[in-house]
Design a protein around this ligand. Structure first.
Ligand SMILES: [Zn+2]
Length: 261
């Protein structure tokens, strides 16, 4: 009998320690990051200024990376991401095709719930972008879950989803919601990531101003912040509705096709 009790005791201890380990892992992932931690990861206003083409009409950024305000000028709630915008917003009618900003591999298609909605995330290898790091582009509030599966390769400019307003209804945006694309870019020194719930977390994740992706060279937020206003202005590389790419050698394009004017 004593042996049985000892075995039972050992099993209970094992279960308890596994539970404890699970809790620690979960809390370190789900823990709300402080603003200082986020700034250290690159969530800093860069002041990059897109110069839109004159020969085509492109949808413009309505709220920039690390902005405290929404597209309508209202202040973001501090309870979400410490009140700082983790990506860019482009206001757009629901059902507008979204294109892959660079060649890559689908790594996640998921429903994110309130504030996130339907989303797709692409992983870009250094060869896809010319950046020395692994990068991720994430597209949120999609009208529906795209018919793409993790592991599938996509080309730059390929339609990957239709824009929508999922996850935006209620609270600030009211019953009607806010049709727009919220796009994030992250970088990592490795190709590894973990998926926890609906969240995809790259190893050693860093925030990237999505606009920095269009500069053609990898610069972190702190370096970008110190550039002159002139150096912060860049021509938006894009694909037009006929499939023409400007400039022809770009590895990154705007997330919406531009209409020739
Ligand atoms: Zn946003």
């Amino acid at each position: 009998m004593k042996g049985v009790h000892q075995q039972l005791y050992t099993v209970i201890l094992l279960i308890l320690s596994l539970l404890l380990y699970g809790c620690q892992t979960t809390s370190s992932v789900n823990k709300t990051r402080t603003l200082a931690e986020q700034e250290a990861q690159g969530l800093i206003h860069t002041g990059l200024q897109p110069l839109y083409p004159s020969q085509a009409h492109c949808l413009e950024v309505a709220s920039f990376f690390a902005d405290r305000t929404r597209y309508d000028g209202s202040l973001r709630t501090v309870s979400s991401n410490n009140g700082y915008h983790g990506g860019i917003d482009i206001s757009v009618p629901s059902g507008t095709p979204i294109v892959a900003i660079a060649a890559g591999t689908v790594v996640q298609v998921a429903r994110g719930g309130q504030l996130v909605g339907n989303k797709i995330t692409l992983q870009h290898a250094p060869a896809d972008t010319g950046w020395p790091l692994w990068t991720y582009s994430k597209y949120q509030h999609l009208a529906e879950l795209p018919d793409l599966a993790p592991g599938q390769r996509v080309k730059m400019g390929q339609v990957i989803a239709l824009s929508g307003k999922t996850g935006t209804a209620g609270k600030h945006y009211g019953k009607a919601g806010y049709p727009h694309l919220h796009m994030n870019v992250y970088s990592s020194d490795s190709s590894h990531f973990m998926i926890k719930g609906h969240k995809l977390i790259p190893d050693h994740m860093r925030y990237v101003d999505p606009l920095a992706f269009y500069l053609g060279k990898e610069l972190d937020s702190n370096t970008l912040r110190l550039l002159t206003p002139e150096d912060k202005t860049f021509a938006v590389p894009f694909m037009d509705t006929s499939g023409n790419i400007t400039p022809p050698d770009t590895k990154v394009v705007w997330p919406f096709l531009c209409t020739p004017s």
